[in-house]
Design a binder for this molecule. Sequence first.
Ligand code: NAG
Ligand code: NAG
Length: 449
Amino acid sequence: MAGGGVVLVSSSIVRPVNSSQSGQTKIHLTPFDLSLLQFDYPQRGLLFSKPDSDFHLISRLKDSLALALEIYFPFAGRLVKTENLEDNTVSFFIDCDDSGARFLHCEAKSVSVSDFLQPDGSVPDFMKHFFPADDFKSCDGVSVPLLVIQVTEMKDGVFISFCYNHMVADGVSMWSFFHTWSKICSSGSGFNHKPLVLKGWFLEGIDYPIHIPVSETERSPPSRELSSVPITKEWIFHFSKKNILDLKAKANSEVASSSDMEVSSLQAISAHMWRSIIRHSGVSRERETHCKIVVDLRQRVNPPLEKDCFGNMVYLTSAITTAEELLDRGLGEAALQLRKLVSSQTNETCKRFAEDWVRNVKNLKSGIGSKVGDTIVVASSPRFEVYNKDFGWGKPIAIRAGPSNSISGKLSVFQGINEGSIDIQATLWGDVIVKLLADVEFLEHVTIA
Ligand SMILES: *[C@@H]1O[C@H](CO)[C@@H](O)[C@H](O)[C@H]1NC(C)=O
Ligand SMILES: *[C@@H]1O[C@H](CO)[C@@H](O)[C@H](O)[C@H]1NC(C)=O
């Protein structure tokens, strides 16, 4: 099915209704933001059943989006690049200028909900056409919107997907925007939302705007078009509540004698995926392997930032070991390594990351990580509420990530539809998926329908 049968019906710009709030707010970018300069826009999408035609789907979504953008005005801004001629560098900030977000209305009349939800967990290749703008990188925000929405009307469903500039918002902020948008749409009017709290500048001793060598801002090639890299595929692995409890208990029992730290469900699952993927990745035993996890620094910096302040307040940090150690030491040790990595993130480590980054800006073009199959990236979070996003005709049926930032080893972790369950959308080379699906030790803790 070429293009998944997705046809563009219309493309428009949606601006905030009232632009009074944003004024000419400038958002200065921190090292945590700028380290994402060469990242693709993250893409997420929610699958719904189809509303009645008298719901006026497209006009209601657009009208409510305009109201939501009034509150979440940074998404309607643009990235601005300034040149620092004195040292041949550039700087960036976000100008909240109400330029607007892009709204794409599409149709895929031959695709039904059941085509999306394959019982074996495979993600159909056509799904990539249901996401907007899959080649935008953060640095492109100087000329393209910081938020793009795509609404695709299917035979018996609707897919609402979006992509956004990760320097503007992290998952916490993105989902809070999405929640507000859905509430405005379902209630049919704006409501008294408290004004957005922007993160402000919280890095004492670091001057802004930060200077970045011009060479680091030249666009790197699209991550998926390197001809030397094998094609990746996507697969959904479901962890039932019982799978999760078992894995967590197994991990904790293995390390109970050596540590008084408890590993979390997410750490146990991530460790299980990390070990299982590396076991089949063909990585030699002495080679280093990285498991990159996302750390939210809102409550780690001191004084802490407001819990729900808006912006990008995350960074990626890596657990590193050799393939040999990872595989020989067992699940518990791998999960404990992730647990220790998380708890070692303090004001001090945030500060050091920021200072080191400013002092030596480099390797931005490597993007999300290594393309040789030795890296796992755990993106998104099961803490983000997905299934309460009701735009007025019912809750979502499923969530999916789009193909951006794809490397073999990208895991998007989502809340599962059944309470307490988790879905992982894994991007992996085809042969790694085939081997995982035949691996008894892996499958013991995963539910394949
Ligand atoms: C926009 O601003 C005007 C004037 O402040 C106000 O009367 C109106 O209610 C606002 N509209 C919305 C949708 O907030
Ligand atoms: C936390 O780090 C910031 C710099 O990023 C520093 O100014 C501040 O004093 C630190 N806080 C504490 C309590 O050490």
